[in-house]
Design a protein around this ligand. Structure first.
Ligand code: BES
Ligand code: MN
Length: 456
């Protein structure tokens, strides 16, 4: 057995023997409601950051620190084995989405509960579980010897609110963060025995659109038929944003969209995410989307426009007869490579300038945006990571375009000039951002093995 193989078996052995302790610590982290979007959870955010600081210090990491930012702290730590060896920068976010709607949870979101092979808690999959897989593998490899490469860890607390402080931190800590490549386990696999590497992610442009009508809510009998109803107007505007073929109608929306070539379409079709998969996953009676593209193409390689929230008029129980004073929609667009979020904002503005009737006024707020990400040239470390996946699962990993967004991948490329290996050990059924988020523990443990092999 080579020295490396010995180290790997020893580390895997260590992980098995110490699984209970590591699992208990993981539960502790999951119990901290580190919701980044609400001010009320500021102390919990700090507690989660402190938890990680303590853990890394305990493992013998250097320069372990909690860097304050205008909002939530960034945790950093490194483990340098030999400055001649390559360095990986591992990214994670310790913040989570709000758990609402609370009454949909079978057990409380911050009281992790095991049912069958799953562990249920907010953040179990996205992405405290992925952070924990990383930390478990690092602990195992450190106890078994030394990692084969230098490790730098960066955990932020603002991912779920669009990482407002990250760019400035990357920019001002270039020397500290200098690495050969990034490992970003914030994506996932497509099924339990199908290890997956994401080579591209969609971007995002997020808006709030307000349609303003009368100066106050009106009696819909006295004024109905005379004054435009902002809710009706908003619905009509939204309806007009797609045509019969499922294409977005905003002027110039597709101008910069990167086309798929036949080879890539062929490759994507091999992943096997067909109509039945999406129907079963979501429970819808039929799929929808842009004509002429398969589901995996529509979810990964084509841009979309969706209402994420609607607010107008009386939404409590019972009936109330009014013409609302205003109507609001949160609308976001998932972007694909070469689309510029600012250009999409301009498209949206142009659409509204042409289509909003003069019976109302309107306001468009651009809330946030990030371009898509695609791994262009060679990513150092990718071959080794593929090997680690193959040795663990004994199958060829799939290369996938992901529909979700991880704007930090683009930031790291832009600010630090390095590519990301985007992967993870969550599953499509994990219900991330949704009630009853869960983690498939057997897949998670396999993930730890992959990481042990990779770090060795
Ligand atoms: N981990 C997700 C992104 C993701 C989900 C990647 C599923 C791969 C598979 C991440 O935490 C996330 O939700 N990102 C936000 C980004 C937004 C707030 C800018 C998203 O995609 O909505
Ligand atoms: Mn995430």
């Amino acid at each position: 057995m080579s020295e490396n193989h010995q180290k790997i078996s020893k580390a895997i052995q260590y992980y098995k023997e110490n699984y209970q302790n590591l699992h208990e610590e993981f539960l502790e982290l999951l119990r901290i409601p580190s919701v980044s979007t609400s001010e009320g959870h500021k102390v919990d955010i700090e507690r989660a950051a402190d938890f990680l600081v303590n853990k890394l210090s305990g493992l013998g990491f250097d320069k372990v620190s909690k860097h304050p930012t205008p909002k939530h702290p960034i945790v950093y730590g490194d483990y340098i084995v030999d400055s001649e060896k390559p360095t990986v920068l591992i990214y994670g976010h310790y913040d989570v989405q709000p758990p609402d709607p609370l009454n949909e949870w079978q057990t409380p979101p911050f009281e992790p509960a095991k049912r069958g092979e799953y562990l249920f808690a907010r953040g179990a999959s996205d992405m405290k579980g992925q952070i924990w897989a990383t930390i478990s593998a690092l602990e195992a490899i450190i106890k078994a010897g030394q990692p084969g490469l230098n490790i730098k860890l960066l955990f932020e607390g603002e991912e779920e609110i669009g990482s407002p402080s990250l760019d400035a931190f990357l920019e001002s800590h270039k020397a500290l963060l200098k690495s050969d490549f990034v490992l970003n386990p914030d994506a996932g696999m497509i099924a339990p025995h199908k290890p997956t590497i994401v080579y591209g992610l969609r971007g995002l442009a997020y808006f709030e659109l307000r349609i303003l009508g009368p100066k106050a809510d009106l009696h819909s009998g006295i004024f109905g038929g005379v004054v435009a109803n902002p809710a009706n107007v908003l619905c009509k505007l939204i309806a007009g944003m797609h045509d019969k073929e499922g294409k977005v109608t905003l002027p110039g929306f597709y101008a910069q969209v990167r086309d798929l070539d036949e080879e890539e379409r062929e490759e994507l079709s091999r992943i096997g995410l067909n109509d039945d998969f999406y129907k079963e996953m979501t429970g819808v009676p039929a799929l929808s989307g842009e004509m002429g593209y398969t589901p995996i193409e529509r979810a990964g390689a084509r841009p979309t426009l969706d209402v994420n929230g609607l607010y107008a008029g009386y939404i409590e129980k019972g009936a109330k007869t009014i013409i609302p004073a205003y109507a609001t929609a949160k609308i976001s667009s998932r972007l694909v490579p070469n689309q510029d979020p600012i250009a999409v904002k301009e498209s949206m503005k142009a659409y509204l300038e042409t289509n909003v009737p003069d019976t109302v006024t309107w306001e468009l707020e651009y809330m946030s945006g990030a371009p898509a990400y695609i791994n262009g040239e060679e990513t150092p470390g990718l071959d080794l990571f593929v090997d680690a996946l193959k040795e663990t699962w004994h199958v060829e990993p799939l290369m996938k375009l992901e529909g979700g967004s991880i704007p930090v991948a683009t930031s790291m490329k832009k600010r630090l000039g390095i590519n990301s290996i985007i992967t993870g050990f969550g599953l499509p059924g994990d219900q991330i951002h949704s009630p009853n988020e869960r983690l498939h523990l057997p897949t998670h443990r396999k993930g730890v093995e992959v990481l042990i092999r990779f770090f060795a």
